[in-house]
Design a protein. Structure first.
Length: 177
């Protein structure tokens, strides 16, 4: 038996409150209102990641039938666009990580080569430069390691969440005023 979707409920007076009133796009491509988007995202982050999501809208004023029919597609389109943007950010971060790693490795190799060349000299000042090169070489690896160990997780998680929201079922019910 399939698990019931996790439910996010929003109560509105009319459907127009869900969407950005300043957006001139056709209804099916209109952006969600910023507050509505943040509300949905904050609730979705709290839900178990293995469950699908359902958005239940409760309205006091009935929307035009064409808007009601296009509602799920409009909400899904909005989150699909956001997921696409987040995926692009993820790919750009990975590209930056690869570039940083290449630069860091080349710099580290150059530092280690200089250390070897300075190894023949045994003056106190040379020891200072050897230690400085060692530290500098490893510091150059800081950013690629930060990207590959820590920075990509939040982007990937947000991307996955937006993909889940792009698949969510949207239901519409009328409630008495």
């Amino acid at each position: 038996m399939a698990e019931k979707p996790a439910r996010i409920e929003i109560r509105l007076r009319e459907l127009a409150q869900l969407f950005n009133s300043m957006d001139p796009s056709p209804f099916s491509e209109r952006d969600l209102d910023g507050d509505a988007e943040e509300f949905i995202l904050s609730w979705a982050r709290e839900l178990p990641v293995h469950r699908e999501i359902e958005l239940a809208l409760q309205l006091t004023v009935a929307p035009p039938p064409t808007r009601a029919a296009a509602l799920e597609g409009a909400v899904r389109h909005f989150f699909a666009e956001r997921a696409s943007i987040k995926h692009l950010e993820f790919r750009q971060l990975m590209r930056r990580g690869r570039q940083s790693l290449l630069i860091g490795l080349v710099f580290l190799a150059a530092c280690l080569l200089l250390i070897e060349l300075l190894g023949a000299l045994d003056a106190t000042s040379v020891t200072f430069f050897k230690e400085s090169l060692t530290i500098g070489g490893w510091v150059a690896m800081w950013r690629p390691l930060e990207i590959y160990l820590y920075d990509w997780w939040p982007l990937r998680d947000e991307w996955r969440l937006l993909e889940r929201l792009a698949r969510m079922k949207v239901t519409l019910t009328l409630r008495p005023a």
